[in-house]
Design a binder for this molecule. Structure first.
Ligand SMILES: NC(=O)c1ccc[n+]([C@@H]2O[C@H](COP(=O)([O-])OP(=O)(O)OC[C@H]3O[C@@H](n4cnc5c(N)ncnc54)[C@H](O)[C@@H]3O)[C@@H](O)[C@H]2O)c1
Length: 344
């Protein structure tokens, strides 16, 4: 059945390793890290895991079938590229790479080598997001109006990522998938409250279509933790509160009905309000990473395209680059073109 290696066992990597161990789809799971202390902590936490401190040597081992890259984002491109060139399937953490050029290169290499390259957009595998996709894809939701997302808390300042690169990949991957659309125009403003100059709060507005937009508020300097998203449609509106233990999703039969009455210069626009029931659907509570691990294995073994594919990873990186561009130009809109983001 081969082995799988998780490279980078700091904060997030051990969660991936634990899930691949419990899945039982591999003969062995190897934790690889340059930090010996992290390896000894993980060896105690996860009895039975193998350890290794030499990534290059690991790639030469034929029994390694796949590699999970869970290191800081600046290293994703190099490690994923080396793994693909060594003939290993790759699951890379979000955000896929630091640049869209790097993401494009990885996509090409994976295609040329016939290997799976999947991005861990974990939230796509949560019961809440699966339910939002089910409701919004059904006949009763109507047309999308907008999505409004807030992801704020007193966050852990990162060394190689600002708050947008740290938190927004989650929301971008969710919104792209729910809307089944790609970001077109991005406007972002952000602020740093430390000497580092790294943005610790930002507001991003993304146009997905003529009247279809999403707004994202990400913040590491909030006194309280908020994880909320409103998905508004013409017939239903959804509120997702990820901090709710059980009733994370509420589907509201609320909205407006508009009509124009009168004739010629007497015409008036009238708004009627629809206030109906609220529904709290049951959602799957399985740990999302367990589903990520299973899906990755299925894709590797059957050669099927992941639901969070390398191209989806590129779309998120492009939106992050566009956001950077807009943010450094006081919120000027940046359009995402085939060649990458450009100011308009
Ligand atoms: N999907 C999610 O919900 C989620 C959540 C948290 C973090 N992440 C992502 O996981 C990745 C890691 O984040 P983290 O918070 O665990 O970081 P971390 O700094 O806690 O851990 C990174 C580990 O990688 C090791 N490392 C760095 N370079 C290495 C190399 N060349 N070879 C081997 N090991 C190396 C470090 O020693 C460290 O132990 C990031 O891309 C982050 O965005 C994803």
């Amino acid at each position: 059945m081969g082995h799988i290696a998780v490279v980078g066992v700091g904060y997030w990597g051990p969660n991936l390793a634990r899930n691949f161990m419990s899945l039982g789809a591999f003969d062995g799971v190897v934790a690889c890290d340059t930090d010996a202390e992290r390896l000894s902590v993980v060896a105690k936490q996860l009895p039975g895991i193998h350890t290794c401190d030499d990534f290059a040597a690991l790639l030469k081992r034929p029994e390694i079938e796949a590699v999970v890259v869970a290191t800081p984002v600046r290293t994703h491109y190099r490690l994923a590229k080396d793994a693909l060139l060594a003939g290993k399937h790759v699951l890379v953490e979000k955000p896929m790479t630091k640049t869209s050029q790097g993401a494009r290169e990885l996509i090409e290499i994976a295609a040329e080598c016939g290997l799976t390259l999947m991005v861990d957009h974990t939230f796509l595998f949560t019961g809440a997001v699966e339910k939002i996709i089910e409701v919004t894809s059904g006949p009763d939701f109507g047309d999308f109006y907008y999505i409004d997302s807030v992801r704020i808390n007193l966050g852990l300042f990162q060394h190689d990522a600002d708050v947008v690169w740290d938190l927004a990949p989650h929301d971008l991957s969710i919104v792209n998938r729910v809307l089944k659309a790609k970001p077109k125009v991005v406007r972002a403003v952000g602020y740093s409250h430390t000497e580092s100059g790294v943005a610790d709060m930002a507001y991003i507005h993304i146009k997905y279509g003529d009247r279809l937009n999403a707004t994202f508020h990400v913040n590491w300097l909030s006194p309280t933790k908020v994880r909320r998203m409103i998905v508004a449609g013409s017939k239903k509106m959804i509120l997702w509160d990820d901090l709710e233990a059980a009733e994370k999703i509420r589907v509201y039969d609320k909205g407006i009905e508009t009509q124009t009455i009168g004739i010629e210069d007497q015409r008036r626009f009238q708004v009627g309000y629809r206030i109906g029931d609220v529904w709290m659907p049951r959602i799957d509570q399985t740990e999302a990473l367990q589903k990520v691990a299973r899906h990755f294995v299925d894709c590797c073994r059957n050669g099927t395209k992941p639901i969070c594919s390398d191209e989806d990873g590129l779309d998120v990186v492009l939106a992050l680059e566009a956001s950077d561009l807009s943010l450094t130009h006081d919120g000027r809109p940046a359009v995402i073109t085939d060649k990458g983001p450009a100011l308009i």
